[in-house]
Design a protein around this ligand. Structure first.
Ligand SMILES: [Zn+2]
Length: 437
């Protein structure tokens, strides 16, 4: 990511540039944003107090709830200069609604980044099929299409509401070399159309999937079935959609260090953690004009790698795999923590599974996991296989053996039954408090 123009740049150069941009950003938001003027004013911090990059930790955090509560207090430009305002819900169907604003210049930087990111997986003249929501002007899909045009590619925008069969027809007709979509949709298309012919013969060379916590088992199957490279993109709407992309090494995500400062902090104490220590990702934007963010807490847990990446990007830092979101963690009565990506990794090893939903309730005073699983075809064999796999899974096996958990319940549902849930971030629905304990 950004390797081309950073190859002859040293780590020192990047640090110096980031320090300059950080001081500039702090001065800018203090002057322009009501929220930061108040927040930094309370601590009497100005850009002058930032002498080194580690002084970043002097700045207070920005919480997602701050944006939800006072979106307009963040804006640094007159409302007339805002080209795009995005309203989104942070995780699944719960969490506060947030509004994020971008100016034309912000959108230019965003689509530049998308173009550069695209260049790592596609080349000039390639046809890139985009299956994302927001085909309208400056919607997600539209912006990525601009990014593709910037790198000399030909974008095709396909509606995400089309059936898998229809999407496959578009692939057959337009012969894209690259597909770009979210992981649940890519998985659904793969699962629902693999029976209709050999997907590896479609001419697709790269699949670029955007995902918060992509299950490795799913990525490997997509790679095998389409017989092509699969790259993962980590994005966050608050950050301008594109944050980071994984490289050939597939061990984490490179990001644009000219545009973003990344820290990993202890989720409880807020203390800055060292390389390779797992904690919460915290982002500071360096070039945003409508709505810059200082030390924005993503609630996503990951780490920063300081080691040279096998891809050769020696000077660039790398975000490790994102494993879970703070809100997605549910604590069992026995103390163990569970979160969706644990079960994603397990369940998507079974090729018949398209999607699933999970809730945690109470049965005879014990924790009880209920899985609603969408499969290609319902049947006793696949049901038994899933039950066996779950029963053997350490966290379930241990809690059932110790008497704190009832054996999990599995209900299979027909193809399409969970379609409407596919686009939300997966959560474990904790219903234990509902019906009394
Ligand atoms: Zn790399």
């Amino acid at each position: 990511m950004g390797k081309d123009h950073l190859e002859c740049v040293t780590r020192d150069d990047i640090d110096r540039y980031q320090l300059f941009k950080l001081r500039q950003t702090v001065a800018y938001v203090t002057e322009k944003s009501a929220f930061y003027r108040e927040l930094l004013g309370r601590k009497s911090i100005t850009g002058e107090d930032i002498h080194t990059l580690s002084d970043l930790s002097l700045l207070p955090f920005t919480e997602p709830a701050d944006i939800a509560e006072h979106p307009y207090n963040f804006t640094c430009v007159p409302l007339g200069e805002i080209e795009r305002a995005t309203t989104f819900i942070s995780s699944g169907t719960i969490g506060p609604q947030k509004r994020v604003f971008f100016t034309e210049k912000d959108l230019e930087i965003m689509t530049d980044f998308m173009g550069v990111g695209m260049r790592t997986v596609a080349k000039q003249g390639d046809t890139v099929m985009i299956m994302l929501p927001g085909a309208r002007v400056n919607g997600q899909s539209d912006l990525l299409a601009k990014g593709v045009r910037k790198m000399g590619g030909r974008p095709i925008k396909a509606e995400v509401t089309l059936t898998s069969e229809k999407l496959l027809q578009i692939i057959d007709r337009s012969r894209p070399t690259t597909l770009f979509t979210a992981v649940p949709l890519m998985w659904r298309i793969t699962q629902e159309t693999r029976g209709h012919g050999d997907l590896s013969s479609k001419g697709v060379q790269k699949i670029f999937i955007t995902a918060a916590y992509p299950p490795q088992s799913m990525i490997e199957q997509i790679r095998d079935i389409w017989n092509c490279d699969v790259h993962v993109h980590y994005g966050l709407t608050e950050m301008g959609l594109g944050v980071a992309v994984d490289c050939q090494a597939h061990t984490g995500y490179h990001y644009d260090e000219a545009d973003l400062l990344v820290e990993v902090v202890d989720p409880v104490t807020g203390e800055v953690l060292g390389n390779d220590q797992e904690g919460e990702l915290v982002f500071t934007t360096l070039n945003r004009s409508a709505m810059p963010l200082l030390r924005y807490r993503t609630h996503d847990l990951s780490s920063l790698s300081g080691e040279t990446c096998p891809c050769g990007a020696a000077t660039l830092k790398k975000i490790g795999k994102v494993t879970r979101r703070r809100e997605s963690i549910v604590r069992l009565s026995g103390g163990a923590e569970i979160y969706p990506s644990l079960f994603d990794e397990l369940l998507f090893t079974i090729p018949e599974i398209i999607d699933y939903q999970l809730s945690l309730g109470k049965k005879d005073g014990k924790d009880a996991l209920s899985f609603t699983i969408e499969v290609i075809e319902r049947g006793e064999r696949v049901q038994q296989r899933i039950l066996r796999l779950l029963a053997e899974y350490p966290v379930i096996r241990e809690n059932v053996t110790q008497g704190g958990m009832a054996p999990p319940d599995v209900e299979l549902v027909n193809r399409g039954a969970l379609l409407s849930m596919s686009r939300a971030k997966k959560m474990i629905l904790d219903e234990r408090l509902k019906g009394g304990r």
